[in-house]
Ligand binder design. Structure first.
Ligand code: ADP
Ligand code: ZN
Ligand code: ZN
Length: 747
């Protein structure tokens, strides 16, 4: 019997999503373990791969000659059995390749351990002391360096660091090395991206009675030996974070590890400080702003149990803890928890699955639960715990709805209603702050010829170009394509080109015009591109150096400013016009989050929502802060139209540069699926399409879409899988991209 391993090779070949067997040479036997990265022969190349299984077998058991692995790359494993199990589940659930799932859970980019050459004594301290006496007094600098190391044998200084410290030259230190007194040693170093921050230590706050109940419920779940999910539904400003902190402390007491997920955009120094302030060095942070090296070092701190808590964005759900007790997902409803590349997973679903494998507790916190999550509290899958009141019984802000159609009738053609203008002036006089929200960046959202109606569109995407006043250009928000603003219509050569639609730049300019004495700033993707800008704007706002802050979603998230007493929403309707069955849900969530930014201090807050459809239920319920009213209305609609959470959807997008081929393949696939549905007599599963996708062209790729909708996801997945295989057999157009998204967010 000899030893063999199953290896998932990391090659960009779509069809080989299965492990390959390799023989383990005797010299490598002791190094073999599931989760290790290896180099193996593959065809004529050598490629990297991950071990996912071990077996004992005889040479004769195989039909083919089995090649040996070349090399084991690491001493540590990239994943354990639990994470491997999770990766397999992810591949199955989201119908994506196992190698993609594995690559999603291992650290990406650089995975080299950084070392530095440090100067150490070449002999023991006692020996060195004897040697010291042999150095002549004239070489007093050599004596000084040598005695420093005798006194500090554990310091880890490189040659230059040592030379700087003792005000000498690296040449002198090299002399001591050449004499055999000192030596170089390779030392592992971990980059710590937060070492320069000083986090102010915080003590647990005395919980309110509602917080107390929540903490007890979650603690009780932690003590249970099985996994469970708790939805912590707490209005904005109800102190959810304090609940997280206190249950993390419970997990720590029990010797368990915690993963905290927050939306990427909320992973600010303020957020990190809340966790580091309470738990200090026990916290690692994972987010995309870290360099690959820094991320790998944080990953190792988790892997080797230097830390017990990780705070991170979506992919931190794969943090390599081996004693996981608690997963917290803040702002559970956020769409950024869905991964856009394969595997197209949702962090909530992955978290719940991982907790199941680890016997851990998942806590989902939000003021506006996704319909999926809240529905599961009704079916008993999740337990519901509520925080209904704000801290100190602060009232939720008063919300005024303004019908912009009426404003126009009354002769107000500006983008600010009479009431909003009046209230902004009032805040400026009182020295209080205002936030103005709009979810479109740029100046004007489209440019149109008044004579022939031609709209300037991106050549590669099916979207209109947005006008940006600074710099003076037209920009595509999908592919970043930029072009000059035309003076004459490219279609009819008319000079009557006009700008329509309002973006954040225009609002900023409008505010400066209306309130010349006010200090106005803008926060969106364009003003925060440079590193540190986001932080700078927020701290200036916090310090009161800005009176009015205009922004996109970026200003809606989690910030806690006590002097903000007015929030204005320029148009509540923009999200409602999206071709998506979740448009109403998105609007309700967004308005509630934006409104939540005000009245968080001692002064009460006010919200002014401007809208062209103020009668819409999402807007009406958000005015009343009535999540349950909204939910009851929305869930009926979903039930009636057979939408999630009552069904699942699998979206299949066919794309290519050649539109005729896209249509051909879409139709072929549709015929295959329909035939299967017919044969199975599956009435509960529907096929919609093929139709042009709502975003019908991106970066030059035409997109057509098919949707499978039904209650039985397993059957839907196997129909889909078999159909795609059949398509592969039948179609000569193998280069056409077919992309599958299970439980898509946004159509
Ligand atoms: P949420 O995340 O629910 O919107 P936060 O966690 O931001 O709310 O809490 C709102 C504010 O209340 C924060 O400034 C927080 O420090 C404070 N806070 C939370 N819990 C308590 C408490 N038990 N006693 C006093 N202040 C608290
Ligand atoms: Zn024209
Ligand atoms: Zn484009």
């Amino acid at each position: 019997m000899s030893k063999y391993v199953e290896v998932m090779v990391d090659v960009p070949v779509d069809q080989v999503d299965r492990p390959f067997t390799y023989k383990v040479p005797e010299r490598l036997e002791s190094q073999i373990k599931v989760g290790k990265k290896v180099v193996v022969p593959f065809g004529r190349q050598r490629v990297a791969g991950y071990i996912i299984g071990e077996l004992e077998a005889d040479e004769e058991d195989f039909k083919f000659a089995i090649k040996p692995i070349n090399k084991v790359l690491t001493e540590f494993t990239f994943f354990d059995e639990e994470l491997l199990e999770l990766a397999k589940w992810m591949s199955e659930y989201y119908q994506s390749y196992l190698i993609s799932s594995l690559k999603a859970i291992v650290p990406s980019g650089q995975t080299k351990i950084k070392t530095k050459q440090v100067v150490k004594l070449a002999q023991s301290v006692a020996e060195s002391e004897k040697l010291l006496e042999q150095i002549s007094d004239r070489a007093y600098k050599q004596q000084e360096v040598f005695s420093f190391l005798i006194d500090n044998p554990n310091c880890n200084l490189s040659n230059t660091e040592l030379a700087d410290r003792l005000e000498t030259t690296s040449g002198l230190i090299r002399t001591l090395i050449n004499k055999g007194y000192l030596q170089y040693i390779e030392k592992e170093v971990k980059r710590n991206p937060h070492s320069h921050h000083n986090f102010k230590a915080t003590q647990p706050l005395a919980p309110t009675s509602e917080q107390q109940v929540a903490i007890e419920e979650i603690s009780a779940a932690l003590e249970q030996q099985e996994s469970s999910t708790i939805l912590l539904k707490g209005v904005t400003g109800s102190g959810k974070t304090e609940v997280y902190l206190q249950v993390i402390a419970k997990a720590l007491e029990a010797g368990k590890d915690t993963i905290v997920l927050v939306p990427e955009i909320s992973l600010t120094p303020q957020t990190i400080a809340r966790f580091k302030g309470r738990f200090g060095d026990q916290v690692a942070v994972l987010h995309s702003q870290l360099s690959a090296g820094e991320r790998f070092d944080e990953w190792r701190r988790i892997k080797f149990a230097d830390v017990k808590i990780v705070v991170g964005a979506r992919s931190a759900v794969f943090a390599p803890f081996n004693n996981l007790g608690l997963i917290i997902i803040d702002e559970e409803h956020e769409t950024s928890y869905k991964q856009e590349d394969h595997p197209k997973y949702h962090a909530r679903e992955v978290a719940v699955k991982r907790a199941e494998l680890a016997g851990a507790v998942t806590v989902l916190g939000t003021a506006t639960p996704s319909l999926e999550a809240y529905h599961r509290t009704e079916t008993g899958e999740y337990k519901l715990v509520e925080l209904k009141k704000r801290i100190d019984d602060r009232p939720l802000p008063k919300v005024e709805l303004i019908d912009m159609r009426e404003e126009l009738k009354a002769g107000n053609k500006t983008m600010f209603s009479q009431l909003l203008q009046k209230e902004i002036i009032d805040r400026l006089e009182k020295g209080e702050q205002t936030m103005i929200f709009l979810n479109r960046r740029g100046f004007s959202t489209f440019v149109q010829c008044r004579e022939c109606g031609h709209v300037m569109k991106c050549n590669d995407c099916d979207v209109s170009l947005t006008y940006h006043a600074t710099p003076n250009i037209l920009q595509c928000h999908y592919c970043d394509h930029q072009e000059q603003v035309p003076n004459i219509c490219p279609n009819c050569e008319s000079i009557y080109i006009k700008y329509f639609g309002v973006g954040t730049q225009k609002v900023e300019e409008g505010l400066k015009e209306f309130f010349p004495e006010a200090k106005v700033a803008r926060m969106d993707v364009d003003t925060t591109r440079r590193k540190g800008e986001y932080e700078r704007i927020l701290s200036a706002f916090k310090a009161g150096k800005i009176d009015i802050l205009v922004g996109t979603q970026m200003i809606a998230k989690g910030h806690d400013f006590s002097n903000v007493t007015l929030v204005g929403v320029i148009t509540a309707d923009t999200a409602l016009n999206l071709p998506d069955f979740r448009a109403g849900e998105r609007t309700f969530q967004l308005l509630t989050q934006v409104a939540g930014r005000t009245g968080r201090g001692d002064k009460p807050g006010e919200v002014i929502i401007q809208s062209y459809t103020p009668e819409h239920y999402s807007i009406q319920f958000s005015k009343m802060h009535d999540y349950n009213g909204f939910y009851n209305f929305e869930i009926e609609t979903r039930k009636f139209a057979s939408y999630p959470p009552f069904t699942h959807i699998i979206s299949i997008v066919v794309s290519d540069e050649r539109e005729d081929k896209v249509i051909e393949v879409s139709n072929l696939l549709s015929d295959i699926i329909r035939e299967k549905l017919h044969k199975l007599d599956e009435e509960g599963i529907m096929l919609l399409g093929p139709v042009q996708a709502p975003l019908s062209k991106v970066r030059g790729q035409h997109r057509w879409q098919l949707l499978l909708k039904g209650g039985d996801l397993d059957t839907m997945r196997s129909i889909n899988q078999e159909s795609l295989m059949k398509l592969n057999e039948l179609s000569t157009l193998k280069t056409i991209k077919v992309s599958v998204d299970v439980d898509p967010l946004g159509m």
